[in-house]
Design a binder for this molecule. Structure first.
Ligand code: F6R
Ligand code: MG
Ligand code: MG
Length: 366
């Protein structure tokens, strides 16, 4: 059967500060989606959170970018914002950059990852959700899952994976996209996706079947709004097993916490720490950045699950390493590379300071 899996998320208010979501907001969202399920619009749903981001995971048969599904998400965020205002949660309605819904939440602030698939005989899917980081944080993990044989041995020894995957890469500044084939073009791919603040992997496809393997949210809030408004806090869906990497190959990249942008004031690099849903509560220096992952088996669109994938003890060492990395990065204080380069920072006092003291700059003697 043809089925669409939609993950639509937004930060509509934090509790306390930017560290968590309030349980009443989650309940409101569950009620809203429950109504849509009873009416037949949704087949199934799961509501969760990662830090201060509300995550709506929905299955239906209306395809990608469907107006009714996007309106459901938008209306849920709007009524959640009203409640957030009542509770005086922090940054109520933060990610809703527009007042009026115009048919699609893309470009309006919320993050969107959707895939239409033909549900397989057994359809395991993993959904990754991050807080305190940007679109592009998935670049290295996706590269490892789908193009690195040291991570995914299936690329070498499993026939359905052996012809490789193609990567759809978006230039988030110039609004352009390109598809690059692996393994033969990995050097070309890496020149782009190794610069994750500009190039983000949007989707990955199995080259033999053409089937979609992964899709991510790639919106850059600051580029949409033209000013600092909060972090992108991206999501990513990955299909597992058979002609896709095994669940363990999909989770393996997160055993190596990578440095990502988005920590404190969206202006610092920090380690992406894999944690259980319960531990997705970034509180130290508003971080360090978190990633959670939940797995489902789809059954005629029903979400059988969730299983909390990073609860596993085997990620303890990555968490420990991320904490050590966090100490090390913090020891740089306001210096790069902990602080982002000037042009990437979400907050900056540079223009005011320049204005105040620019008269004191003198030309260098040649
Ligand atoms: C929010 C974030 C936080 C805030 C910080 C300051 O996603 O990353 O680190 O940037 O708490 O927030 P304001 O300026 O709202 O006081
Ligand atoms: Mg927030
Ligand atoms: Mg957030």
């Amino acid at each position: 059967m043809k089925l669409t899996l939609s993950v639509i998320k937004a930060d509509i208010g934090g509790y306390v500060g930017h560290s968590e979501s309030h349980p009443e907001i989650l309940n409101l969202a569950r009620k809203s989606l429950e109504k849509a399920k009873s009416s037949g619009l949704l087949i199934d749903f799961h509501v969760t959170k990662c830090g201060d981001d509300l995550q709506l995971i929905m299955t239906h048969q209306h395809g990608e970018n469907d107006k009714k599904i996007h309106k459901l998400a938008w209306d849920t965020f709007i009524s959640g914002t009203e409640l957030a205002r009542k509770l005086k949660l922090y940054g109520a309605g933060q990610d809703l950059l527009s007042d009026a819904f115009s048919g699609n939440v893309k470009g309006m602030g919320p993050g969107v990852a959707e895939m239409e698939i033909e549900e397989r005989k057994s359809e395991p899917v993993i959904i990754f959700m991050a807080d305190k980081t940007s679109a592009g944080a998935w670049n290295m993990p996706l590269y490892k899952m789908f193009a690195d044989p040291f991570n995914t041995i299936g690329l070498v020894i499993a026939p359905p994976l052996h012809n490789g995957f193609s990567f759809e890469v978006h230039d988030v500044k110039e609004h352009k996209k390109i598809t690059i084939n692996t393994p033969e073009e990995i050097y070309d791919l890496l020149i782009f996706i190794g610069a994750p603040s500009r190039y983000a992997v949007k989707a990955v496809y199995n080259r033999d079947t053409g089937d979609i393997a992964s899709v991510s949210s790639t919106q850059r809030l600051s580029l949409i709004a033209g000013r600092y408004v909060g972090k992108d806090d991206p999501v990513c869906i990955v299909r597992a097993q058979g002609s896709f990497p095994a669940v363990g190959e999909i989770l393996e990249p997160f055993t190596n916490p990578t440095l990502v942008e988005g920590w404190m004031r969206g202006s610092h690099h920090g380690p992406l720490m894999p944690v259980s849903v319960e531990d997705g509560t970034p509180s130290r220096f508003d971080g360090p950045p978190r990633v959670i992952s939940i797995g489902f088996q789809l059954a005629q669109g029903k979400l059988i699950g969730p299983r909390d994938m990073f609860i596993d003890k085997s990620f303890d060492e990555a968490r420990h390493q991320a904490n050590l990395m966090a100490n090390y990065m913090r020891s740089h204080g306001p210096f790069e590379p902990h602080r982002l380069p000037l042009e990437e920072m979400e907050y900056t006092t540079m223009p005011q300071i320049m204005e105040k003291i620019s008269g004191r700059f003198e030309p260098l003697e040649e």
